[in-house]
Design a protein. Sequence first.
Length: 549
Amino acid sequence: MKNRRLLKLSALVFGVVLFASSASAEAWKFGIMSDTQWKADLDGENPNTVAVGIIKQLNQQFLDAGVKFVIQVGDLTDKGDYEGAMETRAAAAQELCDAGIAFYPLRGNHESSQSAALKFQALYPQTVGNGSCVYGATDFSSPFETLEGLSYTFDYDNARFVMLDQFTRTDGTNYNGTSNDNMIDQQDWISAELAAKGADKHGFVFSHKELMGANHRDIILGGDPSANPEAQNEFFRTLQENGVRYEIGGHDHNHMRSIVVSPDGQSTLQNIITSSNSYKFYTPQIPSNDEKYDFPAFGFLRETPVAQELYTIGYYIVTVDGPRVTVEHFASDNGCGGTLGNGQDCDLTVTPDLAFFKRESFGYSLNGKEFMIAQGESYDVVADRFQGTRARILSGVNASTNTIFDGRPTIKDVNTGWTAKEDAEGKKTKFRCNKAILASNILTLWGMADIGSDQTDTYVLSLSYDKMPVLLGLGQFGIASQDADGNWVNAVDMNFGGEKKFVVGHYRPCYGLGTYGIDPVTKTAWAVLNYNSDFAVARYIEPVRGNRR
């Protein structure tokens, strides 16, 4: 049983350069949270079937991160028609609104009724651009009157957000008589809204149910992954053609990223399931829903796992920096025992005290490329260029042996992105301490580390440069990265271990971690590294320092 679209992952380059924009003047952030159901209020912190005790701890994380708004992907309550439940969830978001942070929710299957739809409209006027909790979002739209403010789009800065409701509408109806088909008659609106955003804007699509569940079989477009294949094909095609990389949902109460192919094998999206903010956690199915439903229906498997983590409570911070997007996933033990990466399942009855740690960082850029690398395959297919700067990974292998719960191996989803050196010199955010003379544009690499670690496989990065400055000391020119204070330093100083050594000439396979060099013949710099970051060829102004890791 093979995935015909992802059969040769090591050679696949997914995505194209959509535009050659540089980073914006100021990066900005938004937060993502998931299902907030609760059972009986035994500890006095979680009234009316809402996980208020967890919500308050997440609110503080979003306040500390300085996000512009927070998105919740449904299941606001455990019982949406319970008296006071919907009102309790809205009240718990008021802390964000009072601090100038907007809150943009979706319904889930736990508030899927007509009465819950009407309450949602009344409680969240910001979903149509009204009220005091909008804060800079513009251009609100809904597909039709019975979904006004339930399915909706809005713009913030250089991104368009598409929020998809698939449940019973305000008039009590469902398309084809079932909520499983409620995306079908919204497709024309989805297509129009994404097409209208333009190629220089990001598109983020959110729903409660996902493209492919790890536990639940029901998805955004049907009762199982094989349902409504033509509608799925159109949905996937629309998102891919309009530059949408991530379809983000909840419903499954575990952190999961995977690459999913449309039923016709022609379009590919990354499926992100967000970790639980609820009293409960789900265990994935064995065999997978992909194997149960897609192979019998289509003759091939549609899903390739990237990362998974079970039995945690988590949230996401998304940084949008011009064409570049970085997603950071933070998680805590759920209080049921075990540790991060090795947790245990339970139903919570008391709110746990949460201690969050960054579990992974991933991203993409509209001016970059995407490469999917199978375990045991080389990274040497990773190559890109931007405004005269050429980047390539010369050597390195995906040595991960990670598997998800059902035994499937993960891949590495490697992405490149770019910032023009001229923009970096005047940038007041990430590049504010630009104490170097840059001789190339700035490359960003994402996606080469396993979940729970910042350390990647050892690899060799090569970057071309414009011109080498004169009167340099030995080893004072080469690939640089930024330290915690924003200073450009020798990239090998930021490695996890290794022995620092400078070489004049081209890279040789015998060179170990920490070796770096300049090849004047090809006008390239190279370095043997084991982390992902921003990289540029530079003359160092700061003294070369020891390995900080």
